[in-house]
Write a protein that binds this ligand. Sequence first.
Ligand code: FDP
Length: 315
Amino acid sequence: MDEIGGTPLHIDLRRHLREHDEDRDLTRLICEIADASKYIINSINTGDLGVAGTSNLYGEKQLALDVLSDRIIIKRLMHSDVVANIASEERDDIVVVDADCEEKFSVAFDPLDGSSLVDVNLAVGTIVSIYKGCNLLQPGRNQVAALYILYGPRTTLVYSTGNGVHEFGMNSLMEYTLNQENIRMNDGPAKVYSPGGQRSQYSLGTEKFTQYLENGGAKLRYSGGFVPDINQVLIKRSGLFMYPHLKNAPDGKLRLLYELNPMAYLIEQAGGAASDGRRRILDIRPESVEDRAPVFIGSKEAVAMAERCIAEFDA
Ligand code: FDP
C-alpha cells in the first residue's frame, strides 16, 4: 500500500484491477458486481425476509432476498455492455443478453448463497464465475475470473483473475479497499474442517477421511454457509470444506456452475486444491446448469488424503 506523509493511501478495487493490467471490460464487469453488492447489503439489512412464494429449479423455497439479489445483479450485468449470457442459481433458463458474444463475458452466479441462514442472521454470500465468450457449459478451468462477496459482520470481497487471490474490505463509504493480496495457503495438514451433509449418510471412504482429520487434530468449524466456510479456509490459510457424496445423494448438494467452479478456481489460485473425491473439480465438464458434484476443497494435503480414502474404501 502507498504511503503519503505516513497516511496509508488505500487501494480500491478498480485501481487494483487497473494496476494489474486487467482487461478493461473485465474490470468493468467486476466493478459492476461489486456495486451491485452494495444494494444487496442494504436489502439484507433492511429487506423483507419472508418467503417470496416462488420456488427455483430445485424445488427449494426462495426467500424474498434471493429474488431481490438475483434481480439486482442481473440488472447490473444486463446494462454493463460487456456480458453475453447469464446463468443464475435462482433462474431455470440462461438469460441471453447479447448473441454477438465472442468478445463478451458469460457469467454464472449464486446471488445469495446460504439463504437458509438469513432468518437466523448468520453470514451469507454472493458467488460469481466468469468465462470469456458465450459458453457457460465448459470445465471450470476455463474461467477467466471468479469472486465472492461475504456479508458477515464485515463485508469482504475476494477475487482472482488468474494472478493470485486478493481480499478487499468494504469501508464506511461503501468502497472496497485492499486488505491483502496474493493470499497463499500453507502446506501441511488442515487445522479446521467444515463437513456438510449428515455423517450417517457418509460413505466408508468419507468416514475414514473424517476420522483422519479428527485424529490429526483438525477442529470442526462449520458455519452452514459455503461462502463463510470457504473464506475461513482461505483467510486462515489452512482447512478443509467438504460436502461429500452421500448414500442418499450421490452427487452431494452443491452446484458445479454456481458454487464449486468459482470456489475451486479461487482456492487453486491460492495454492489449495478441490476435488469431487476422484477428479479435479475444474476438470469436470458440466452437462447442464443444474449439475451438482461432491466436493473436498481446501488444503492440498487434506484433499489428496480424501482422494486416497475414497479410492481405497469406496471402490
Ligand atoms: P443453503 O442451502 O442455505 O443455500 O448450497 C447452499 C448451501 O446453503 C451452502 O451455502 C451450504 O454449505 C450448504 O448449502 C448447507 O447445506 P445443508 O443445509 O445440507 O447443511
